[in-house]
Design a protein around this ligand. Structure first.
Ligand code: HEC
Length: 154
C-alpha cells in the first residue's frame, strides 16, 4: 500500500521537481540569447555610426588620428563578431539568417574580410595617405555589404 502510494504520489512529484528545476536553466539560456542579440545590434549600430563619421567628418577633414581610432574599433569588432553569434541566437525578431550557423566557416571568413579591410584602413591612416584611406574605406563598406547579402535578412 505504501509502495503504491509512492508510485502514485512520488513519481509525479519527482517528475515535477525535475521539470521545474530545468525551468530556470531554459529561461537563462533564452535570456542569454536575447542578450547576445541586443549586444551585437548595439555594436552594429556603433559601426554604422563609425562609417558615417568616417565619410562625413574624418575623411573630408583628413583627420588621420580619428580615422585610425575608428579603424581600431572596427578591427576589434570584426575579431569579436563570430562570438556575438552563439548557436541558437536567431529568432523571428532578429535579422540573422540561419545560414550563419549552417555555414559558420563562411560567416567567419566574411568577418575576417571585414577585419582585413579595417586593418588596411588603420594602416592607410598611419601613412597619412588620403587616397589609400579612401580606397580602404570603400573596401570596408564593401565588406559590410558582402556579409549582409549572404547572412542578414532584409
Ligand atoms: C560577417 C558579417 C557581417 C559584417 C562584416 C557586417 N555585418 Fe552588419 N549585420 C550582420 C548580421 C548577421 C546582422 C543582423 C544581426 C541581428 O539582427 O542579430 C547585421 C546587422 C546590422 C545592422 C542592424 C543592427 C540593428 O539595429 O538591428 C547594422 C546597422 C549593420 N549590420 C551595419 C554594419 C556595418 C556598418 C558594417 C561594416 C562596417 C557591418 N554591418 C558589417 C552581419 C554583418
Amino acid at each position: 500500500m505504501i509502495k503504491r502510494l509512492f508510485i502514485l504520489v512520488g513519481i509525479p512529484v519527482l517528475v515535477g521537481l525535475t521539470l521545474s528545476s530545468f525551468e530556470p536553466l531554459m529561461a537563462q539560456s533564452d535570456e542569454a540569447m536575447m542578450v547576445a542579440q541586443e549586444e551585437r545590434k548595439q555594436r552594429f549600430k556603433a559601426s554604422s555610426a563609425s562609417m558615417k563619421a568616417l565619410y562625413r567628418e574624418y575623411l573630408p577633414a583628413e583627420d588621420y588620428q580619428a580615422i585610425k581610432a575608428e579603424a581600431t574599433v572596427l578591427v576589434k569588432w570584426a575579431i569579436d563578431m563570430p562570438e556575438a553569434f552563439p548557436f541558437g541566437s536567431d529568432s523571428i525578431n532578429d535579422e540573422a539568417k540561419p545560414e550563419i550557423w549552417t555555414d559558420f566557416e563562411g560567416f567567419k571568413s566574411a568577418a575576417k574580410a571585414f577585419e582585413t579591410a579595417s586593418l588596411d584602413l588603420q594602416k592607410a591612416a598611419e601613412q597619412n595617405d588620403i587616397s589609400l584611406v579612401k580606397t580602404a574605406l570603400g573596401n570596408v563598406g564593401a565588406s559590410c555589404k558582402a556579409c549582409h547579402q549572404k547572412y542578414r535578412k532584409k
